[in-house]
Ligand binder design. Structure first.
Ligand SMILES: [Zn+2]
Length: 230
């Protein structure tokens, strides 16, 4: 469980850097005093240290998806900035919280991978938000991070569609690459809403011979029922 006010100890280099350029709160943007990573007001609101889990019961095999946050209020606003408003720097905060609160998942010694955006989207945005989270977790845990999935075609933006349309929209958009057979895989994405994207991506990994898949996201769409089945 992280200590109040900070999620992961800053490295010496980061501390020196933040003497010159103070860290700001990822949720409200106020300047922080070291070693805080979140301001006191936001900390009370976002409940750092929680572990949420849902079971994705459809697709080839049921599997768990974990998250440190629900996708609501300040968390939602910060993730929207991260994903759509050119704030790639927020990967450090969200990646650190995911690594710290879900550290028990390291025990399975997984290979970490992520659900990629298309090359066109990555070029347009300048970064792949799930890749940055996966790489940060790998760095924190000293675990390998491998690109095991690729997006074969650019589909419609998921958040504009209904649940049924989402499931149809992601069918067949992901392909596999690299060595997957027999691997225990931690599959990283940014947000879990209906679970369609996560199910589709995990199905590709199961079909390619993955031994085990567990999902991890920064936030699960708002519902106060941890452990629910999607
Ligand atoms: Zn704040």
């Amino acid at each position: 469980m992280p200590e109040p006010g900070w999620i992961w100890p800053l490295t010496r280099r980061e501390r020196m850097w933040h003497i010159v350029f103070p860290l700001s709160c990822p949720f409200c943007g106020c300047k922080l005093k070291m070693p805080r990573r979140v301001c006191e007001t936001c900390e009370k609101d976002v409940h750092i240290g929680r572990k949420e889990v849902v079971l994705l019961a459809h697709g080839i095999q049921p599997f768990d998806v974990y998250a440190p946050f629900f996708y609501q209020d300040r968390v939602r606003a910060a993730l929207v900035r991260y994903k759509f408003y050119n704030r790639p720097d927020l990967y450090r905060f969200f990646g650190d919280v995911m690594a710290a609160t879900l550290c028990f998942l390291q025990e399975e010694e997984p290979v970490i991978t992520w659900i990629p955006v298309s090359p066109q989207r990555k070029k347009q945005r300048g970064y792949d938000q799930s890749e940055l989270l996966a790489r940060r977790m790998g760095k924190m845990w000293h675990r390998p991070v491998e690109p095991l999935l690729l997006k074969k075609k650019d589909n419609k933006v998921q958040h504009e569609l209904s649940k049924k349309e989402r499931a149809r929209n992601v069918k067949g958009v992901y392909g596999a690459q690299g060595d997957i057979v027999g691997k225990r895989i931690l599959l990283v994405d940014d947000i879990l809403t209906t679970g369609s994207t996560m199910q589709e991506a995990a199905s590709v990994l199961w079909k390619e011979g993955a031994e085990h898949v567990t999902g991890v996201v920064a936030a699960i769409r708002g519902c106060n029922q941890p452990g629910r089945i999607l």
